[in-house]
Design a protein around this ligand. Sequence first.
Ligand code: CMX
Length: 440
Amino acid sequence: MDPLKKKFEEKSKALKLELKALLKEHGNRKVDEVQLNQIFGGARSIKMMVWETSQLDPVEGIRFRGYSIPQLRELLPTGPDGKEPLPEGLFWLMLVGEIPTDKQVKWLTDQWIQRANVPEYVFDTIDALPIDAHPMTQFVVAINAMQTTSVFAQRYSEMNKNEYWDATYEDTMNLIARLPRVAAYIYRRSFHNSEHIQPDTTLDWGANFAHMLGISNPDFKNLMRLYLTIHADHEGGNASAHTVHLIGSTLSDPYMSFAGGMNSLAGPLHGLANQEVIGWIFNMLAELETKTPTVEQITDYVNATLAAGKVIPGYGHAVLRRPDPRFMAQKRFAEEYIKDDPIVQVVWKIFDVVPGILEGLGKVKNPWPNVDAHSGALLVHYGLDEYSFYTVLFGVSRALGVLANGCWSRALGFPLERPKSVTSDWVKKWLAAELKEAKA
Ligand code: CMX
């Protein structure tokens, strides 16, 4: 058995036993109360699932196994120039809860290189789609096409339920290994006349992805390492993670589950917001006929967007109540590498203007930027300005968290997810009974 799998087996078996004892003694304790507002309001804040790999604090932002993004930048093994963290290291941390050594990360990079072969028919399947199919459509189709190789699906009928984690781990490792190849294929097909670039097996996972996208600036490799690290996980309740979790609970295999999650990520209120942000900025610059809009011009444009009944993409969050640390990590990158870039300057000016305006509306719970507000400006700088592709990048990264967590869900034996729904009629009757009882 490989060393990561062995470690995961030991840790997950120990936690499973611990949780069994814990639930036996304390399983009927109350952890939350649910208000009508929450039932009608997208289930905000209701504690209703276990997600091992990360947890979100509304003020501090995301912590992966307890570590903040700045801490990870200090602690995780980095690329050859020692500057940005390797996403392989974050995956190791999320899966087994330990910061890996350089040697362990090197092992993982090699594993993913060995597992990266994508069957030819997957490329044929992508090629059967119209050339202008949205990259997320192509991505989801390709993930589903790869499902034919699922170890979980192949072994399901013979497996004892205690072995589910093993097949899930194999699918997780294979799928993550292949995703950059598939994503780069979609990018080169859609935007570069299908001039594809073969993988460079001497590079780490993120750098090889950068290479296959065809962007040669060495700093772009660092951007990809950082990007793929910080987008990897955001606890379990966000739409894409929750979708993967829900589908996985039916014992659909990791390919099916992940494809479903990517359909969620493709919504403009979620992962598609990174595409929306840069589109919105480009439209603003075109309309104003300038690359250097003033604060007044941006203010007017923001107000016009709101007056048209639209949201300001890249701002607001269902959980966060401060600037997203993932936005700040990208701002730090821009300050270090490309601070004079004109679009970066615009993003920073928008950051000065938008929170005050959103706060002034009196209804927006979080007026601060989220992860999607900055990513496009960085990508445009390095020449990746085909922004309909951006959510695919997000998806490649998101695989690390949701699939690592999927291994835990199967190892801990979590059951089919099935919350209760009610009708509005039920609510009205229930309320009438409650009020009557209160009067009596
Ligand atoms: N611009 C304008 N209005 C906004 C807003 C924004 N950026 N963010 C929230 N609001 C509005 C909501 O539309 C809602 O208005 P109504 O009451 O008229 O319907 C009101 O403020 C209250 O919303 P909220 O409780 O603050 O926010 P939600 O939890 O309902 O929604 C989110 C969160 C992210 C969907 C929302 O902030 C939004 O639409 N942001 C823009 C899209 C975006 O950037 N999405 C990416 C999020 C990160 C990710 O998942 O990838």
